[in-house]
Design a binder for this molecule. Structure first.
Ligand SMILES: Nc1ncnc2c1ncn2[C@@H]1O[C@H](COP(=O)(O)OP(=O)(O)OP(=O)(O)O)[C@@H](O)[C@H]1O
Ligand SMILES: [Mg+2]
Length: 263
């Protein structure tokens, strides 16, 4: 068979599945694949179909968040559980530059391809690994399910396609306790998971049914990264600033830093 006809076959299969999925979907949700097809380029669409074929994603619904670099979608797994599907869009120049700062120097990602597409794949893979390490260290984070190309699949924190609120919009009932929990999470991330979040603030902590969840681990770095101490100090400073504003008597930066990093 010539290459051309293999390509044609693939396209036909894709088209078939697309129509098929659409039919299945349209019965349940009008807006489903229209949204997806509008927003995504061909290779993202292929990657999504791959995840549907593998049985990771069963149904996909609208976006719960549309940032500059990524979008997060609510989806369902075959067993009916809720998923969050974070899709990284093609990288802008600024994003590529900032990404490299967090990848370079991380011993887990020594040899990577630097073209735009592969940089984004590495970024999704990196967020997945960080989530795995955090999850294994018993830090409350979305449960990582898989990373494929520019797509990260994890458990959904929230309900019926509505994400749990950020602590900035829905502050914890007991701020002192919440502050201690976050410091404990930072410590577990450092000592057990051996990573630093590097973008920790009230914008990346969800408050769900009285429990706090840390999200958004793309930029998290290994503690071996040359900038990890700087990032850790920044994280603690952000957390201190936010909890101070809630009236918590926070641990001074230096002391908190020592406590987090103490052997
Ligand atoms: N696992 C999840 N479950 C539920 N909602 C989620 C999940 N992950 C992300 N979200 C929602 O998507 C938003 C953006 O996610 P995240 O912080 O990971 O991306 P981001 O790169 O910071 O995007 P942005 O540019 O919008 O800030 C979150 O504030 C939250 O509302
Ligand atoms: Mg975020």
């Amino acid at each position: 068979m010539s290459n051309n006809s293999i390509e044609e076959d693939k396209l036909r299969a894709l088209e078939y599945r697309r129509i098929d999925r659409r039919r299945v979907k349209l019965r349940k949700s009008e807006d489903l694949f229209e949204t997806v097809e509008e927003v995504f380029d061909y290779s993202t669409l292929m990657a999504l179909y791959e995840l549907i074929n593998r049985g990771v994603i069963d149904e996909m619904f609208g976006a719960v968040s549309a940032g500059k670099e990524s979008r997060v979608y609510w989806a369902k797994a075959r067993d009916g559980s809720d998923l969050a599907v974070k899709i990284y869009l093609t990288a802008s120049r600024e994003f590529r530059k900032s990404i490299q700062q967090y990848i370079r120097g991380d011993p887990r990602f020594l040899s990577i391809r630097k073209d735009s597409r592969h940089l984004i794949y590495t970024w999704a893979q990196k967020e997945f690994k960080n989530l795995e390490e955090a999850f294994n260290a018993k830090v409350n984070v979305p449960r990582p399910i898989c990373a494929y190309k520019n797509i990260l699949v994890m458990s959904f924190i929230g309900e019926e396609g509505v994400s749990a609120p950020l602590i900035k919009d829905y502050p914890p009932e007991d701020p002192d306790k919440a502050y201690r929990t976050i410091l404990e999470f930072i410590k577990r991330l450092h000592r057990q998971a051996k990573i630093v979040h590097a973008d920790l603030s009230e914008y990346n902590i969800l408050n769900w049914k009285g429990s706090l969840y840390i999200i958004d681990f793309g930029q998290a770095v290994s503690t071996a990264h040359p900038m990890s101490a700087t990032f850790l100090a920044r994280d603690i400073r952000n957390v201190n600033r936010f909890f101070s504003s809630l009236g918590v008597e926070v641990v001074p930066l230096e002391e908190a830093f020592k406590w987090v990093t103490a052997g």
